[in-house]
Design a protein around this ligand. Structure first.
Ligand code: ADP
Ligand code: MG
Length: 353
């Protein structure tokens, strides 16, 4: 069975606008520079403005390479590989791995296990780790789930202990976390305006160089065009959806790569995608995956309880639900004028959800 990997929903529309927009910039904006490379199993592109933008991008690229080396599941020299092959013995990890793991475990707790950093054995059973997809036996999945549970990961300072048989995977938060770290590197180097795209995880530093918001296109998961545009600055924007990476089983059904840790089966609850907007990429990444697992109602409740982010939920019926903070930042494209867009408000109104 072949794995289908589609383009991410969020692709920035701003690129060409941005490049044309840089002509005529005053000296304050400094140089513009861009780079594209493949790391963390994904295409990464960065456009940066500011003095030393070119050098800043070299530093940024090194940072991504460094983080990938720590977090790769397959690189035999990575921290994660060492943990996954420790057979229950304690492993000392880098500061970066300690930070991301501590964050991932926190988010797992906060989301009541919807984010599950130890889900890897179940992903393997479905073949999502190799691309050789298959539908596993229910009994096999149940057996595997006995070795899944973030509560059994012990982190003390930089020492990690993982019970034998369990495996860690930071795939659901790594790109968001990396985007935060890379943004810090860029800012330190004097970058005042930048757009980072790590395989669809978007991170924005400042506004566009001309002082206006960046425009982020929200792609129609069922077609090739944009449903709407988000005008936004200084934020991270991350989307998760099961249509991005899935396979069609022998039963003709579509199986996506985001698993519900409670069952071991792909999350399936009427959502096509979840887009999260917040200051930090790591929070966006952790939440986009876990809110997708939770489904519409629980995701809305989670937002009401926390409110340190905004989100856009897209249902399989093609409806859009967005939190109040994005109401005046999101605009439908004319062709999608009849799409239903509902606000998620602070007080629950079940009618609209
Ligand atoms: P992507 O990394 O593909 O852009 P996500 O951030 O949503 O998208 O991460 C999904 C990846 O996380 C999956 O491909 C899989 O490796 C892993 N994963 C799947 N389900 C879960 C889950 N419930 N909790 C944590 N990680 C998951
Ligand atoms: Mg994620």
């Amino acid at each position: 069975m072949k794995l289908v990997k589609r383009q991410r929903m969020l692709i920035f529309l701003a690129f060409s606008l941005l490049l044309s927009g840089c002509a005529g910039q005053g000296d304050d904006a400094g140089d513009a520079a861009g780079t594209r490379f493949f790391r963390m199993d994904t295409d990464i592109s960065i456009t940066a403005y500011g003095r030393n933008a070119e050098e800043a991008l070299t530093d940024a690229q090194s940072k991504v390479a460094e983080l990938e080396k720590f977090w790769s599941v397959t690189d035999e020299n990575s921290d994660i590989y060492a943990i996954n092959h420790s057979q229950g013995s304690p492993v000392n990890v880098s500061e970066e791995t300690e930070k991301i793991l501590s964050f991932a475990l926190d988010m797992a707790k906060q989301t009541d296990g919807a984010l599950e950093p130890t889900i890897y054995p179940a992903l393997t059973a479905w073949g999502f780790t190799t691309g050789e997809n298959r539908i596993p036996d229910k009994s096999k999945l149940e057996e595997i789930l006995k070795n899944v549970g973030y509560g059994n990961v012990h982190l003390s300072g930089n020492e990690v202990t993982l019970p034998d048989g369990m495996e860690l995977d930071l795939g659901a938060v790594g790109k968001g976390f990396a985007a935060d770290e890379v943004s810090k590197v860029l800012k330190q180097a004097g970058v005042i305006s930048a757009l980072l795209d790590l395989g669809g995880n978007i991170q924005l530093i400042g506004t566009k160089p001309d002082g206006t918001d960046w425009k982020i296109g929200l792609r129609d998961p069922f077609g090739e065009s944009y449903m709407g545009v988000l005008s936004i600055s200084d934020r991270a924007v991350v989307t998760s959806g099961n249509y991005e990476r899935f396979f069609i089983g022998e039963d003709g059904k579509q199986y996506g790569h985001i698993l519900d840790p409670a069952t071991g089966y792909p999350a399936e609850n009427g959502l096509a995608s979840v887009t999260v907007v917040a200051e930090e990429g790591k929070l966006c990444d952790a939440l986009s995956t876990s809110l997708f697992v939770m489904g519409q109602e629980k995701a809305a409740d989670y937002w009401r309880e926390n409110q340190n982010f905004d989100m856009i939920l897209l249902t399989e019926k093609g409806e859009i639900y967005l939190t109040e903070g994005l109401a005046d930042k999101f605009e439908l494209e004319p062709d999608y004028g009849d799409v239903k867009v509902e606000r998620i408000t602070k007080t629950a109104d079940r009618k609209g959800e």
